[in-house]
Design a protein. Sequence first.
Length: 326
Amino acid sequence: MLKLRHTAHGLFLVCFSLMFTACLDERKSDTYQGYVEGEFVYMASSQAGQLDRLAVTRGQRIDSNTLLFTLESDNEAAAQRQAQRLLDAAKSQLADLKTGKRPPEIAVIRAQLTQAVAAEKQSDAQLIRDQEQFRSGGISKAQLESSQTTAESNRARVLELQNQIAVAELAGRDQQIKAQEEQVAAAQASLDQANWKLKQKTVASRQAGLVFDTLYREGEWVQAGNPVVRMLPPENIKVRFFVPETTLAGFSVGQQVFIRFDGNPENGEPVQATITYIASECEYTPPIIYSNENRSKLVYMIEAKPDSKNAEKLRPGQPIEVTPGK
C-alpha cells in the first residue's frame, strides 16, 4: 500500500510538472529573444593637435552643446590674427582708391597752381609791354618771341596744375577699384578659413547623451579625424530581436512592442518601443539545410526603438525579451 501511495504521488508530480511546463510554454509562445544595440557617435576634430583639455569623463551624462575637449590652438590663433590684419590692409587700400588723393596732397598742387597763375599774369603783362616796344623799335624780334614763349609756357603750366587737381579729386579707376575689391574678398575668405580652423580646435556635443568612453588623455597628440570621445545619445539606442517565419506576418513597422530585461529600475515594468525596421532576408539559427520540416528554424531580424526616456534604462549588449503589443 505504501509503495502504491508513493507511486501515485510520483505520478501526480510528473503530471503537474508537465501541465506547468505546458502552461509556461503557452504563456511564453509570443515572447522573443533579442539584445540592445547602440549606434555610437565618435566625436573628433578635423584638425590635429595636442589634447589640451578633456572636459568629460566616462559614464557622464551630458546635455547638448556641452564642451567635450579642446586641442592646442596657438598656430591657428596666429593664423587668424594674420588673416585679420591682411583684411584690414586690403580694406584700407580700397578706401584709399575710392577717395582719391589725400587733402594735404591736393593742397600742395593748389599752392603750385597759385604760383603758376601769378607767373602767367606776369608773363602776359610782360608780353604786352614787349609788343608795344617792338612796334616802336625798342626791342628786337627775338626778345618779343622769347616773351611770347614764356607767356605760353606759363599758361600751359596753369592748365596742367588745374587738370592735376581735377584728377586728384577723382576716385581710382573702375578696374583698379574692382581689382582691389577682389583682394578684399580673398582676404575675407582667408579670415573665414582661419576662424573655422580655430573653431575646430574646440569640440562640443551636438546631442545630449552618455559619454560611453574617452579615447585619449590630456597631453597626447591627436591626429586629425581621430575620435577623442565616444558618445551614445538615447535616440541611438535600439533593440534587435528575432521572430520565426511563421509569426513574421504578425509584425509591422510602427507597431508597439514591450521590452523586458533584468535590472529594470521600474520594478520590472516593460519598456514600450516602436518597430522601425523588419529585415527582408531570413537568417538560419542554427545553420541548417532548408526543408519544409525545419522551416520554423528560419528567423527574421526586427529592430525597435524606445523613446528617449526609456532608452536610458538600456545598455548595449544587454539581453532582452520582446512581447508584441495587443
